[in-house]
Design a protein around this ligand. Structure first.
Ligand code: ACO
Length: 448
C-alpha cells in the first residue's frame, strides 16, 4: 500500500470551559502564572453529562457522517486513552454500538494505554495494519479520548478534555514516512495513576518536565541518525516545515522547540547564524544533566529559537492553548491546529510530531502532506473540523461552579446507581451524553 496515513480527522471537545485568567485569580496564583507562565488561555472540562466514552461516541459518529463513510468500511478500530472507567471492558467495545447497527462486527483492535502515548500506539497499530499482509482493504479508525483532571493545586490548570478520530488508509493526504521515527522508552515515576479509586494522577511536576525534555532529545537523536543513514546528510530543523509537540501546556512546547535548536547547535554550530551561535556558545560545555538544570540556557535558547518558533510551531498551538491538556488527544489537537491554520498550503511539506506519555514512552515521527482528493483533501479536513465554530460555541463557567463540578465528578468516579441531570441545553446537536449508571455499573448514553 502506498502513502499510508491519515485520510480524515475530526475533533470534539465539551463546550463547558473556564478562562485561565479567572481560574488564576480564584486560586490566588500570581497574575500571569497560568496565562504567561504556563502559556494557557482557556480550559475545557467534562460535566457529569460527558466522559471519555460519550466524547468518543460523538467524534466517531461525526467523522463517519461528515466524510460520508459507510460504517461497514471500517476493518480496524483502535482507541488510545488513559482515563480508566473500566479495568477490563475497553472503550472500543462501547464504540461497537455504532457499527453493530450496520451489521459490522468484524472489526479488529482494542484500547492502548500508557499516559498520553496511547493514541500514538493506536495510530501506529492502524498504520502498520494497513501496511501489512493482514490488511483486508478496509479503513482503520483511531480514537484518542481523555478527560485530564487534577486534584486542587498547581497541576489543576493543566487539565482539559477532548476526543479526536482519525481515518487511516492508503493514498492519504497525511502520509507516514515510516522509516523516519525515533523512540525513547524508559522506567520513570513522573506521572502515574496508582490509586484506582481516584481519577487524579500522582504527579511529580518538575520530574515530568525533565523526563519530557530528555525523551525529546533522545527521540530527536534517533530520528536524526536514521535520516542520516537514509539520506547521507545531516538532519536539522530546516528539514521540516513544522514541529508539533504533545502539549500539556504551551510553555513546555516553547521550551521543547528551543531544546531542538540547542541540539542542532551542539551537533553542528555552523547550522545557526552568528548571533545565535554567540548566545549559545557559553553552554556548549555543559554536561547533559547540567543542561536540563540551566535556567540561563533555557532563556538563551528560547530567545534564539523565537523567530523559528513563530514560523514552525506557533501555528500548531491554538487548540491546546484554548482547550488544555487532552492527554492522548493533545498531540493530535496540536496537529489539527496546524491543519486549521495552514490546510492546503501544507501540500508538499514535511511535519515532525513528538508524542510523550509519562512513565515513560515517547516517539518522534514524520509525516508528508499532499493536498489529496475530496473528501480527503487538506482543505476539506479543515472545513469539516470547524475549529473556529467549536471554540466559539463554548460556554464560560465561573470558578465556583467549576470547583463544584470537579467535586461532583470526584464523588461519582467509580460509582453506581445514579442518573444525571440530562440537561442538554449546553450540548450541540449530535452530542452523546451519559444518562444513567445502573446498579450493575452499566452505563447508558443518549444522543442529543
Ligand atoms: N507571571 C508569569 N510567569 C509566571 C508567574 C507570573 N506571575 N508566576 C510563575 N510564572 C512562571 C514560572 O516562572 C514558570 O515558568 P518557567 O518554567 O519558564 O520558569 C511557570 O510560570 C510555572 O510556574 P511553576 O512555579 O514552575 O509552576 P508549578 O510548579 O506551580 O506548576 C507544573 C507547574 C509543574 C507544570 C504543574 O502545573 C504540573 O504539575 N502539571 C502537570 C504535569 C505536566 O503537565 N507535566 C508535563 C509533561 S507530562 C504530561 O503531559 C502530563
Amino acid at each position: 500500500a502506498k502513502n499510508v496515513g491519515i485520510l480524515a480527522i475530526d475533533i470534539y471537545f465539551p463546550s463547558t470551559c473556564i478562562q485561565q485568567e479567572v481560574l488564576e485569580a480564584h486560586d490566588g496564583a500570581s497574575k500571569g502564572k497560568y496565562t504567561i507562565g504556563l502559556g494557557q488561555e482557556c480550559m475545557v472540562f467534562c460535566t457529569e453529562l460527558e466522559d471519555v466514552i460519550s466524547m468518543s461516541l460523538t467524534v466517531v459518529s461525526s467523522l463517519l457522517e461528515k466524510y460520508g463513510i459507510d460504517p461497514k468500511q471500517i476493518g480496524r478500530l483502535e482507541v488510545g486513552s488513559e482515563t480508566v472507567i473500566d479495568k477490563s471492558k475497553s472503550i472500543k467495545t462501547f464504540l461497537m454500538q455504532i457499527f453493530e447497527k450496520y451489521g459490522n462486527t468484524d472489526i479488529e483492535g482494542v484500547d492502548s494505554t500508557n499516559a498520553c502515548y496511547g493514541g500514538t500506539a493506536a495510530l501506529f497499530n492502524c498504520v502498520n495494519w494497513v501496511e501489512s499482509s493482514s490488511w483486508d482493504g478496509r479503513y482503520g479508525l483511531v480514537v484518542c479520548t481523555d478527560s485530564a483532571v487534577y486534584a486542587e493545586g498547581p497541576a489543576r490548570p493543566t487539565g482539559g478534555a477532548a476526543a479526536v478520530a482519525m481515518l487511516i488508509g492508503r493514498d492519504a493526504p497525511i502520509a507516514f514516512e515510516s522509516k523516519l521515527r525515533g523512540s525513547h522508552m524508559a522506567h520513570a515515576y513522573d506521572f502515574y495513576k496508582p490509586n484506582l479509586a481516584s481519577e487524579y494522577p500522582v504527579v511529580d511536576g518538575k520530574l515530568s518536565q525533565s523526563c519530557y525534555l530528555m525523551a525529546l532529545d533522545s527521540c530527536y537523536n534517533h530520528l536524526c541518525q536514521k535520516y542520516e543513514k537514509l539520506e547521507g546528510k545531516q538532519f536539522s530543523i530546516s528539514d521540516a516545515e513544522y514541529f508539533v509537540f504533545h502539549s500539556p501546556y504551551n510553555k513546555l512546547v516553547q521550551k521543547s522547540f528551543a531544546r531542538l535548536v540547542f541540539n542542532d547547535f551542539m551537533k553542528n554550530p555552523s547550522s545557526l547564524d552568528e548571533g545565535a551561535k554567540e548566545k549559545l556558545e557559553p553552554f556548549a560545555t555543559l554536561s547533559g544533566d547540567e543542561s536540563y538544570q540551566s535556567r540561563d540556557l533555557e532563556k538563551a535558547s528560547q530567545q534564539v529559537a523565537k523567530p523559528q518558533y513563530d514560523a514552525k510551531v506557533q501555528p500548531t498551538t491554538l487548540v491546546p492553548k484554548q482547550v488544555g491538556n487532552m492527554y492522548t488527544a493533545s498531540l493530535y489537537a496540536a496537529f489539527i491546529s496546524l491543519l486549521h491554520n495552514k490546510h492546503s498550503t501544507l501540500d508538499g511539506k514535511r511535519v515532525i510530531l513528538f508524542s510523550y506519555g509519562s512513565g515513560l514512552t515517547s516517539t518522534m515521527f514524520s509525516l508528508q502532506l499532499r493536498d489529496g482528493q475530496h473528501p480527503f483533501s487538506l482543505s476539506n479536513i479543515a472545513k469539516v473540523m470547524d475549529v473556529t465554530g467549536k471554540l466559539k460555541s463554548r460556554h464560560e463557567f465561573p470558578p465556583e461552579k467549576f470547583v463544584e463540578i470537579m467535586k461532583l465528578m470526584e464523588h461519582r468516579y467509580g460509582g453506581k446507581e445514579f442518573v444525571t441531570s440530562k440537561d442538554t441545553s449546553l450540548l450541540s446537536p449530535g452530542t452523546f451524553y451519559l444518562t444513567e449508571v445502573d446498579s450493575m455499573y452499566r452505563r447508558f448514553y443518549s444522543k442529543k
